[in-house]
Design a protein around this ligand. Sequence first.
Ligand SMILES: NC(=O)c1ccc[n+]([C@@H]2O[C@H](COP(=O)([O-])OP(=O)(O)OC[C@H]3O[C@@H](n4cnc5c(N)ncnc54)[C@H](OP(=O)(O)O)[C@@H]3O)[C@@H](O)[C@H]2O)c1
Length: 359
Amino acid sequence: MGGAQFRVIIFAGMKSTTWGIIGPGKIANKFAIALTLVENAKLGAVASRDLSKAQAFASQHATPGAPIPRAYGSYEELVTDPEIDAIYIATPHGYHAEQAILCLQHGKAVLCEKPMALSGRQVGLMVDAARSHRTFLMEAMWTRFLPMIEKIDSIIAEGQIGALQYVRADFGFLAPFNPEGRLYNLRLGGGALLDIGVYPLFLALHLLGEPERIVATGHRAPTGSDDTCHAILEYPANGSATNPSTTGDSTTTPSAVVSCTLTCQTGITAEIAGTAGMIRIPTAWYKNDHFVLQRTGEEPQTIQLEPMVNGFEYQIREVMKCMEEGLIESPKMSLEFSLMLARTMDTIRVQLGVKYPTE
Ligand SMILES: NC(=O)c1ccc[n+]([C@@H]2O[C@H](COP(=O)([O-])OP(=O)(O)OC[C@H]3O[C@@H](n4cnc5c(N)ncnc54)[C@H](OP(=O)(O)O)[C@@H]3O)[C@@H](O)[C@H]2O)c1
């Protein structure tokens, strides 16, 4: 677990929340470590299709002096555990919708790994379930809650870089082709766009809102999933209906360029430019704790935020805060935002010719 450098983040007043995990794989491991950083959060149980795997994960993440988290050999057992308040879903995207709906039907709050699901239609079903069962649901877009993003938001809101005109971000790494693995297998939600393109797209939509027009191109792997995708997002002159405050000049048209690939390592950087300056987030932008602010005519200024420990602690805190306030969604990562993100990916996928078996 990395031991001594971890510290507990104190969030006074937060009620105790007992978490369950569905899918104890790679990212669930990081999540379980993050739980130890948030006061009043604890891992209560873990569920896998394979009981021995759940047992191994539970022992690995047992907290000294506390009971070992319960291990279940089915997801159904976890959702009926009365001691579990919230469930983190960490399976391949192709299963997110059915598993999230199962949790919501049993009154369990859900933090669902990104992307929320395969399509806007699936996300719509999840949102309907959250609303009809009055139960919390949030996409685990952890970048949204990092101090870096909060600081960039305030710099833009203060007008320090003028009216936003341009966002560019990329995310690429080399994932050797494996037709069965979750990155390439369409049944599991394979494709660069949904797995990593969702990050640059999140940044563009967070800052500029829903685009008016999208032009996308890319390349499909032999399985039919996209291994590379580039999309240009165009916005109307007065800003998008979902984010009118970011532009101020009716003669300019903001745009965004997002790229992702599984075929090579890319810079993983981002730029956010306005009429009075720009922000550069160096690699790896989606998990950074510093960025460079360059206002027109001034020297560049590096803005350093508190160093990140794990990164997931901020989203865990948000879920617990919202639950304590009786909310069924986060005002910061709303259900409407996840729907917009999924709709935008649908539009891009149509242009790429990528279709999932459930569509
Ligand atoms: N936020 C981030 O930084 C981040 C990073 C990586 C991934 N993710 C997201 O997290 C999710 C899981 O990614 P991962 O890399 O952690 O996945 P993984 O380790 O390959 O699998 C996680 C779990 O999913 C289930 N699973 C795996 N393959 C399956 C299959 N073929 N059929 C049915 N279930 C299967 C297994 O659950 P059982 O134990 O029950 O068999 C497994 O333990 C994805 O949606 C991904 O986008 C997020």
